[in-house]
Design a protein around this ligand. Structure first.
Ligand code: FAD
Length: 465
């Protein structure tokens, strides 16, 4: 065991014998795998990885952290770009073993373990032709995704993931077990709609499911010189598209995939994905103005939703740096700014320069939740991904340039799940100033000591006076 480990072997043995899961320390088989997250830039060595298998394990692991005065991190899918799932020398509550999904067809709901991935959820609901809004990568954790808001292909039809949150089971900082729902601890329930992992460990989430008999898509690739026309056409089309239509417009390096012509692999491309909660004929109809433009590649298909959800999975372990701006409008000048910064994107790399349409059920959703960005019609999300540390500065600089270029149209509100650590001002901008104060009061009630601080942190209200 490392000399920095603060507890005794007897303490560790006690923890190990009390939990159904495992407690891994440095040198244990599986420790290095357990401390690996999506972003390859993150390399932290927790003192203990508590791989919890039950709610009782979470309570016990938290008690251990309290007794040993260890910093606490909570790990779901490990997708947080800042690596908030891990701490150095502290204790990580790793929820991945708690990934069961139980579908209640009659109730139209699923009870999802706090460590389940999108794929666990989508594969469980697919056989019933039911679905709910999920993240656009199958390995993202349902927990971190939903608690931060939850934006995905189906959001314009079914709302954000957190709009579909019906209840949550939470273990609080002092080991208390509480349930949050509209009629049970409503302050906590409200805070879980955008306040992230600040209030406790969510061991299960109950999510509303919707009927989804068919899902279709159109994927088109264009040469980069046509990007301004493509983006304008896409904007106009989405501004009047039905709620069933989702997707995004992006600039990317042509990947070595079947649908990419060989000569375009490794080159800068402009792509459009239109997803549609309906049939192939319907998506073809919606995408008609884009299909009419000169394009290099075209995929039009009906596809099971759970398969669509894995279609754009990025490999884990690459270096990631992202940010986002939410726009009040997207006029032609903003299109130019978007396209100019696309041309400056490091290529080849895994980076993506994404434009997401909002609107529909997102904009109509409950205004009360701490999600001030939900009323923005457009989001720009520079998603910097590259392989080598030598490219870190160039990649980060590009992401910052994108933010600066679209700032004239930015509302200032930002979805916190799309950004890394950008300072406390951005956290306040992510939830809204008034909401921040309300969240701080809830935080003071459920986590007065700020045990859960490795996140977009809401400081407990008592600390403000
Ligand atoms: P983790 O890194 O494990 O957790 C992040 C934080 O969430 C933790 O530190 C903790 O504070 C909290 N947390 C997680 N689970 C729990 C829990 N059960 N109880 C309490 N707190 C918890 N977001 C979108 O909205 N839409 C997308 O389409 C989307 N696509 C993505 C694609 C990729 C490839 C990646 C890497 C991320 C994507 N995200 C997307 C962002 C993602 O939603 C956030 O990073 C989210 O925090 C990930 O949750 P996680 O559980 O995987 O992450």
């Amino acid at each position: 065991m490392s000399p920095r480990t603060p507890f005794t072997q007897a303490d560790l043995t006690g923890l190990r014998s009390d939990i159904a899961g495992e407690a891994l320390v440095r040198g244990d088989p599986g420790y290095d795998e357990a401390r690996t997250v999506f972003n390859g830039m993150i390399d932290r060595r927790p003192a203990v990885m508590a791989r919890c298998a039950s709610r009782a394990d979470v309570v016990r692991a938290l008690r251990f952290a309290r007794e040993q005065d260890l910093e606490v991190a909570v790990r779901g899918g490990g997708h947080s770009v800042s690596g908030s799932a891990l701490c150095e020398d502290g204790l990580v509550i790793d929820l991945r073993r708690m990934h069961d999904v139980a579908v209640d067809r009659e109730a139209g709901a699923a009870r999802v373990g706090g460590g389940a991935t999108m794929s666990d959820l989508d594969r469980a609901t697919q056989p019933y032709a039911l679905a709910t809004t999920g993240g656009r990568a199958s390995t993202t954790g349902v927990g971190g995704f939903t608690l931060g808001g939850g934006s995905g292909w189906l959001e314009r039809k079914f709302g954000l993931a957190c709009d579909n949150l019906l209840a949550a089971d939470v273990v609080t900082a002092d080991g208390g077990e509480v349930r949050a729902a509209a009629d049970e601890n409503p302050d906590l329930f409200w805070a879980l709609h955008g306040g992230g992992g600040n209030f406790g460990v969510v061991t299960s989430l109950t999510l509303r499911l919707h009927e989804l008999p068919a899902m279709s898509m159109v994927l088109l690739l264009f040469l980069p010189e046509n990007a301004p026309e493509v983006v304008r056409t896409y904007r106009d089309l989405m501004e009047s598209a039905p709620d069933e239509a989702g997707g995004g417009c992006l600039c990317l390096t042509g990947p070595p995939e079947e649908f990419v012509p060989e000569a375009l692999v490794g080159k800068l491309l402009c792509g459009v994905l239109i997803t549609f909660a309906g049939t192939e004929a319907q998506v073809r109809d919606v995408a008609a103005p884009l299909l009419a433009l000169d394009h290099e590649s075209e995929v039009v298909a009906e596809i099971p939703y759970a398969d669509l959800q894995c279609m754009l999975d990025d490999p884990s372990g690459l270096r990631n740096y992202w940010s986002a701006e939410y726009l009040d409008s997207f006029p032609d000048e903003a299109v130019s700014a978007f396209c100019t910064t696309a041309a400056a994107m490091p290529v080849p790399s895994g980076s993506q320069h994404v434009l997401f349409p909002m609107g529909g059920a997102v904009a109509r959703g409950p205004a009360d939740y701490p999600l001030p960005w939900r009323s923005s019609p457009w989001a720009v999300h520079p998603f910097g991904i590259w392989e080598s540390e030598a490219d870190d500065e160039r990649g980060k600089q590009w992401v910052r340039e994108v933010r600066a270029a679209v700032r004239p149209w930015a509302s200032g509100a930002v979805y916190l799940n799309f950004i890394g650590r950008e300072g406390q001002e951005r956290v306040v901008a992510g939830v809204g100033e008034d909401n921040y104060e309300r969240l701080a009061v809830v935080k003071a009630r459920y986590d007065p000591g700020n045990v859960f601080h490795l996140n977009h942190n809401i400081k407990p209200a008592v600390a403000l006076v």
